[in-house]
Design a protein around this ligand. Structure first.
Ligand code: ZN
Length: 515
């Protein structure tokens, strides 16, 4: 159904469907013959195929999990052997499809296909080998895929180039050009004879992935330069690494030009803040894409977003520090959480960090609101609270009581003999009684203090719940329990009478695009 994909692309361009409905990193099937001898397979990532007199040339090969489907689809379009594959860059969703083609060539006795890429690409694979665990963790998180395994084997290119390369295959002349942008190893492939341009991930039907919070450095300024160069080629078919083709010279010029302008604006504004001595915080909250551009169907922040790009620009030109003295050598997060939880009480904050029992008691207290679903559990929780206070009082007083009594005995000379000892012993009995009375009232005080602390913890907790319900954007005292806070905020809202304001918590409405 070749026309469907191009028709979809047209509707996307016109804004009749949005990039949220047709997300650029969603996996799709099918094949579009965009013009004679040129096929486009929307996948994760996209694969573009060119028929030549000496076999197929692919630009990108997709992820390993789509490789077989992509191969089958392409085989319905052409029976030619694979001659050459060009990697647009080294991300694994573009470079993991080779094994299925190589197995086929070996089986049929065809010459083995050749892989061509920019010279920086093998270093990327080397880096992936150094950071397998990290990449597994962040990609599981980013794509919500717990089972995701990061590869430990890579199909390295057979030949690499620097700068530019003219690649002649079966009468077709491909011009490969190195560009920096999303990565440092991008290859733009231009087939002037058929006016087809493969741009890799330099254009993906979304706000450029130039700020991705968990990934290595991006190069927004060089990226804009690459887009401007591509816009000047006069391409009539733009085949991106994600999203759908753009057909028509005017549309291509506009899409590439707008994306360049978008990036240039972010770079210029961020540099302006840096050069006048501003802080990262200023840049994040003041730098904006040009009015109107963010609303373009192909620049909506559905994968990355301008704020993240600003951070990336800052990291590229200025390092990681935001210029705020408080963040240069921050306390451990655990200590900051304790300080917040202690509501400014330094002694209590210190105890929460240094004394695991104190931290455990706080946890027990904070379970009370979550568990108090009706009167029964509430009473049980209250009883547990009192027991906790008694335990704490006991722990504190036991450490003090006996040493004090021992000191008293020694002061009165217990165990000594001789003149006056009996009299002293009678005096000691009175003093000891006095001491024990004081110890008893101290124990009561500690118990009350502990209960008091627990009630303060609870008050702060319910204040947090209220803040969440109202959608007020302030620092929560119990930010380390935010999931529970939200659950309780929801439950209490549902339980309130119909007269109560049915406020929709703001955290629910602000659905952030995933990076
Ligand atoms: Zn990609």
């Amino acid at each position: 159904m070749p026309d469907d994909i191009l028709e979809l692309a047209d509707r996307l361009w016109r804004g009749e469907i949005t990039s949220s409905e047709y997300h650029p990193v969603a996996h799709r099937r099918g094949l579009a013959e965009v013009r004679d001898g040129v096929a486009f397979l929307p996948s994760f990532g996209n694969v573009s195929a060119f028929a030549t007199e000496d076999g197929l040339v692919l630009v990108d090969t997709g992820s390993s999990f789509v490789a077989a489907a992509v191969h089958d689809e392409l085989r319905r379009w052409s029976g030619q052997r694979l001659n050459t594959a060009v990697y647009s860059h080294g991300h694994i969703d573009h470079t993991s499809g080779m094994p299925v083609w190589e197995a086929e060539s070996a089986e049929r006795g065809w010459p083995a296909p050749v892989v061509v890429a920019h010279e920086a690409l093998p270093r990327r694979f080397d880096r992936y080998l150094l950071t397998t665990g990290y990449n597994e963790v962040i990609n599981q998180r980013q794509f919500g895929a717990r089972g995701l395994r990061w590869p430990t084997e890579y199909r390295y290119p057979d030949s690499t180039y620097s700068g530019e390369l003219r690649l002649d295959v079966g009468g077709a002349a491909f011009r490969l050009r190195h560009e920096k942008g999303e990565t440092d190893d991008h290859t733009v492939t231009w087939l002037a004879g058929r006016k087809v341009l493969c741009c890799g991930d330099l254009f993906i039907w979304a706000s450029p992935n130039a700020g991705n919070p968990q990934k290595v450095q991006r190069y927004p300024r060089e990226w804009a330069g690459a887009l401007r160069r591509m816009a000047g080629l006069g391409a009539e078919y733009l085949l991106p690494g994600h999203g759908l083709p753009v057909v028509g010279a005017d549309r291509i010029r506009q899409a590439l030009g707008d994306t360049a302008e978008f990036l240039e604006a972010l770079v210029d504004q961020t540099l302006e803040v840096m050069n006048r001595g501003g802080r990262l915080d200023d840049a994040i909250h003041s730098v904006r894409p040009p009015v109107g551009l963010e609303a373009r169907p192909y620049l909506r922040p559905v994968y990355d977003e301008p704020e993240f790009i600003v951070r990336n620009i800052w990291r590229l030109y200025g390092g990681w520090w935001d210029g705020n003295p408080a963040t240069l050598k921050p306390a451990p997060e655990r200590a900051l959480a304790a300080a917040r939880a202690a509501q400014g009480h330094v002694g209590r904050a210190r105890r929460l960090v240094l004394d695991p029992a104190a931290a455990a008691r706080r946890e027990a207290v904070l379970r009370v609101p979550v568990q108090s679903t009706s009167l029964g559990p509430a009473l049980a929780a209250a009883a547990a609270l009192v027991k906790t206070a008694e335990d704490e009082a006991k722990t504190v007083t036991e450490q003090l009581d006996e040493p004090e009594r021992e000191a008293m005995r020694q002061a009165f000379g217990e165990g000594a003999t001789g003149k006056g000892v009996a009299k002293a012993m009678r005096g000691m009995a009175g003093a000891m009684k006095d001491l024990e009375d004081r110890q008893k009232s101290r124990a009561t005080r500690v118990k009350r203090d502990t209960l008091d602390g627990a009630l303060l913890d609870l008050a702060a907790y319910y204040r947090d719940v209220l803040m969440v319900q109202l959608g007020v954007d302030i620092e929560l005292a119990n930010a380390d329990h935010v999931a529970d806070l939200r659950k309780l905020a929801d439950r209490l809202l549902e339980a309130t009478s119909p007269l109560a304001i049915r406020a929709q918590p703001r955290w629910r409405r602000s659905a952030r695009p995933s990076p």
